[in-house]
Write a protein that binds this ligand. Sequence first.
Ligand code: AHR
Length: 515
Amino acid sequence: MANYYINAANKKSRIHKEIYGHFSEHLGRCIYEGIYVGENSEIPNVNGMRSDVVEALKEIRVPVLRWPGGCFADEYHWKDGIGPKENRKKMINTHWGGVVEDNSFGTHEFMEFCRQLGCETYVNGNVGSGTVQEMSEWVEYMTFNGVSPMADLRAKNGHPEPWKVDFFGVGNENWGCGGNMTPEYYGNLYRRYQTYVRQYNSDMMAAADDQGFDEEKKIRKIACGANVDDTEWTEGVMKTLFRHCDPRFHGNADGLSLHYYTHPEGWDIKGSATEFDEKTWYKTLAKTWYMEDLINMHGAIMDQYDPQKKLGMIVDEWGTWFTVEPGTNPGFLYQQNTMRDALVACINLNIFNKHSDRVKMACIAQMVNVLQSVLLTEGAKMVKTPTWHVFNLFKEHQDADLVESFIETTKIGEEAEYMVPNLSESASVDAKGRLHVTIGNLSVTQAENIDAHITGMEGKRVKAEILTNEMHAKNTFDAPDTVHSTTHDVKLTADGFGCVLPPCSVVHITVESSD
Ligand code: AHR
């Protein structure tokens, strides 16, 4: 039996809805086929966007979408993707499979997709191979409301109204595919490029003086952060951003990214998405839990420069990265998704919630058909993966307040190096005063009794929804509903609630204080 202590009155930090964000790159079948099929497709669509995909994504309340990359971003020249489609440049996608990129999905299409989803926009600019002028003009094209060369061009291309760019990434992985830079060199380029990411409308200009992630009126600028445990990068970039800079301006940034993927057998081998034993199950989950060490490690450096935590840590690429499905293009990164991915998502999202004082955004890689996708498509068919179901179970945490919680755990696993706590959890209270608890049981074999003790709130009603199955279970195009959530038995107790969590499960429990 595991005692679980929750103090619903001790609010810690807001769980920014952006923690439940997504990433979509011009990679494999993410954009083309997965999101965009074109207006003339027989697959039902609105302005070219697949209706089934839009509906499924709206259901999990996608809060923000990052685009166009990834590595693709630092080779993307935005003017190739505007104007009449027949005139758009055809190019080679050198990073991903060497296929032809016809640029039929560009800025207008991205903004239209976000409009249909009702989500915020996170555009990632090109520092690696683009110019300051190019970046500056893109921002002018997207956001300037008045008479200017770029605003006029936007109107000529059918969109007189400016769009809102909520977040702008100044480069991607500039320590690697984005230009192989040193941290100091990138830091200096960041300072220069971001200067010309102008806050055009008057509201934004007023807000710009008060730099920080929480200033929603302006374009929030994200600097390129580290890969995995590269603290030299974090230190070098932070030092360069804050040097010779008025401290009120927080390095002229609102966030610093972090990328960390879970690949059980290491970067070179990766490992199968669907065929694994219990040893690999625990190794995968232990490597996922490493995310918490990384947040603490990079967070400690950020704290030295930004003790008020105005800069968000932006984990804008996370998820499993396995060997591609047999018979598919290795450059397309298409992989299946099992209950193991569900537990990986549960662990990561609970960690992000717990660290929401610093982690203010996270984007799973990637949205459709690439890496740990929430949706997979094949022609007109679409399946919701186990990862989609976890996002659905966790969605009530969006913009709720994290509250103090602690659960008793035991260490489980098959190798000393890869032991994990048997349970992962986080708890929040939403604007209506409801308590939301998400717990994962990481054991493949053992059920766990949960005895929750709540202070700061008197529970009157409780309900639970669970996702559980055997560890290899997945949804396929022939059997799309093998893994799905169901209601679960949970009882109010004298001071909280009690339930049994079956092995290999993720649960969302809601406690209400009114009848
Ligand atoms: O998500 C796939 C790739 O992983 C991205 O393009 C890059 O940023 C990262 O290395």
